[in-house]
Design a protein around this ligand. Sequence first.
Ligand code: ZN
Ligand code: ZN
Length: 422
Amino acid sequence: MKKLITFLFLFFSVTAQSDLKKDLDNQLEPLMKKVIEWRHDIHQYPELSNREFRTSKKVAEHLTSIGLEVETEVAHTGVVGLLKGSLPGPIVAIRADMDALPVIEKTGLSYASQVKTTYLGNEVGVMHACGHDAHVAILMGVAEFFAQHKEQIKGSIVFIFQPAEEGPPEGENGGAKMMLEEGLFEKYKPEVIFGLHVSNGPHGYIGFAPGPAMAAASAWRVTINGVQSHGSRPWEGIDPIMTASQFINQVNTVVSRRINIVDNPAVVSVGMIEAGTRNNIIPETASLMGTIRTFDPKLRKEIYSEIKQIASGLEISSGTKINVEFDVGGFYPVTFNNIELGERMIPTLKEASDGRFGLITKRTGAEDFSYFSQEIPGLYIFLGVNDPGVMEQPGNHSPYFTVNDDALDEGLKALIYMALDY
Ligand SMILES: [Zn+2]
Ligand SMILES: [Zn+2]
């Protein structure tokens, strides 16, 4: 008898789910029209990390208008919406990140960003070059769909609109880590979390890497203090620019010569050089910044000590004083996709994408979704948003990065199906 009841229960819940999926199909066109409008608007008015004031206001107004319980100013500019379904069931969280990047947009789109701001002391453009505009718009659409079908929802859904995924400005706290520190999960108690990222990949294709999916990221900064002199009399000073160039050469031997990457890949890159103001003045200081990507905490520590050793050696040979900092502006752990949850969601994702699904290999990109999926089982999926039929397109963080609107319904469906099937 118990078996029969279980069977009937399963049968009816599956039926309820497929009813909802049918409803979604019928509603998809008008809903996607709204999602695309929202995205274009957010794209045109991008905001940097911890400055997502306009975006979070738009999100909060939308969530309130569709009847969710809404909390604002979570970790500065974050918004959390709670939808309580009418039937008992688990609590599921879905996360979208809201921030843009200091990039001058060069897409030429009609809704391209013209926004300018100051970043690290320089005037810069602001652009949704990582596609977070798409994430926000999709999740607003997901919330609208579920709000309209509250009576059929078993359990609750927590909609997390997160600020500062790209990293808060130096000296500020922010992002997923700060949301958790403020007690996000204690308050809403989700048992599982889903997230999505758009990326340059085949149109409408969905994929994820099981287990360690994205690298840990640590920003490093090296400040080289020399002795200032006139450019015509370098022997009177100690040239920090010369030492900086030697440092760049040597830091590139860390991965190629100093550590074992047979089992675990690693990347060390230099992304910034800063020194000097004029052709004939040798400055007092030079600074370099870069990133370290790893999948293994032990290897990361080894890289730290190799870089410190390079710095100590250069101090002796050049006479400069070198200060080395790691985890500048915070640290991103490895983004881990729960193996069991991933396996369970494969049929769901195949269904949502009409079979355009595949497992992918890990990436050296990083995500602060990692903080969430460190606490509870999480699944982070990628959606390809290239133009149809195009394989190679400018990638995330490029001033030419574009998102093809017609691929976004796949993302919306994937998030809705995962929440429903879970
Ligand atoms: Zn990014
Ligand atoms: Zn991103």
